[in-house]
Design a protein around this ligand. Sequence first.
Ligand SMILES: [Zn+2]
Length: 288
Amino acid sequence: MDTYALGVPGTVSAYLIKGPKPTLVDCGYATSYESVLAGLAEAGVMPSDVRYLIPTHVHLDHAGAAGQLIKHMPNAEVVAHERGVPHLVDPTRLIESSTMVFGKDVMELYGLPEPIPSERVTAVGKEAHIDLGEGLSMTLMHAPGHAPHQISVMLDETKAMLTADAVGIVYPGMKALIPTTPPPSFYPDLLVSTVGQLRQMRPRELLTPHFGTRKDVDWVFDRTAELVIDWVERVEPMWKKKATLESVAEEMEKSVKKDSGLGELPIYARISVRTSVKGIMHYLDKNH
Ligand SMILES: [Zn+2]
């Protein structure tokens, strides 16, 4: 379902797995929670029917609405990676670090995540399996690199994979892929090895958060791994010359624009490029 992030369609999706134990994977920004409830209603699922709410990681576009939603979902258990759970239960530090990355004004648009009572949260580690009833099941896998608290989810029967941000961003109508390399915890080698591990599971289709379903599985994996390395290699010399974030982002925007087949990049694509460049520069600061 489309969470209509900041009112814009086609940028942040969530996925509802229907069946005996309806499961919501990701839920958008805090300010999107009403869109998510509307999406559930449209799918004919009552919030009280939802059994699992699985934020793939604690970034605000994936888990922001979880605290509000859970109040409407008395029968839902929140399942998240063990490194993310503390931030779901007490989002204070997450709000602080997100405000440092995005600024106060943007944070107002995203909305602040609300705390989730700890008894409603189950932590998972490297791998976990959830039985969804009637022979349906899913596998949760740790998928670090984009963030240390990220998981990807495989629907075992259909081999549809909910990648989370382990794959790059491809907005509808844009041919370009934008690497998902935000601050503060992006690690290129880990991200590339996660892509390799997900590929080994041989998914048939990819359900991506930004945005939608992709059947061109190999292209998305190849291009993600390629561009993560390519962007780090291209940003590094500019970073060494002490270039500003703005000038590096402008440079990377040019190549995204060229690949995209569009005359102008939409504002949300430009923000994604800027965030990814910021993450790469932050990584270089920390590791050189
Ligand atoms: Zn995301």
